[in-house]
Design a binder for this molecule. Sequence first.
Ligand code: A2P
Length: 273
Amino acid sequence: MTVMLADGRPMPRLGLGTWPMNDEEARQAVTHAVSLGYRLIDTAASYGNERGVGAAVADAPAAREDLFVTTKLRGSHHGYDAALRGFEESRERLGLDYVDLYLIHWPLPDRGLYVETWRALVHLREQGLARSIGVSNFTPAQIERLVEETGVWPVVNQVEMHPGFPQRELRAWHAEHDIVTESWSPLGAGRKLLDEPVVTDLAAAHGRTPAQIVLRWHVQLGAVPIPKSANTERMRQNFEVFDFSLSPEDMAAIDTLAGGGRIGGDPDTHVEL
Ligand code: A2P
């Protein structure tokens, strides 16, 4: 249950999102998730829960090399030196020797520093401190600029994606460039997506829950969803999406939900506090 990144490293096909959770909530959620079989854990400096995630990883009933810990650089640490510092602070809070995937959380084009920031991530990868490097909430034009100026492609772009905002064009572009699409708010952030008749009908037909139908849609599109749940039963069901499949007709039915627009920030204009 992994997808191969362009740098040759395997990434789990589904993970646990941890926003919004505080340290203690994250510690409990990650501990439980790992016991259920989750191996990919997604956090960020700006979530304020890296210590909790790190504590759970330290005590996890899984070897460190079997876990895939992702964290992200916050906007306050854009720039080469600041990014190296930001990484070190995250690594210390997590209590880890290395992270599996390090992402620039937002491009913040108004700041004009994402290329320098990317150079720092390239350095961290060369040092083995970040095993894989990528971006989050970047547009193709922004990624092209990274590559023109540094020659290094991100292997992942983590973006908002759910049936209401399916990122068709971006996914096609990612596929051309061997970039894995990681989906944040894969369930539509708990909004009415899971009550849509298209989804509830498919859930009934497959004997699954609406969330499982939506997560399976992500997986079949080749995206890596990171559903957040702090509830142990929902966490369990969200992970059980590898023992059934949706037909092309099912996928097409879900595709009719497109058009709802974004829930979160726009890469070109988002200003992170
Ligand atoms: P909870 O933490 O109480 O389970 P997203 O990952 O798309 O942002 O969605 C997260 C939201 O969806 C949270 O409010 C979470 O609440 C809820 N959620 C997570 N898993 C499920 C599920 N299987 N069924 C219904 N709601 C879910």
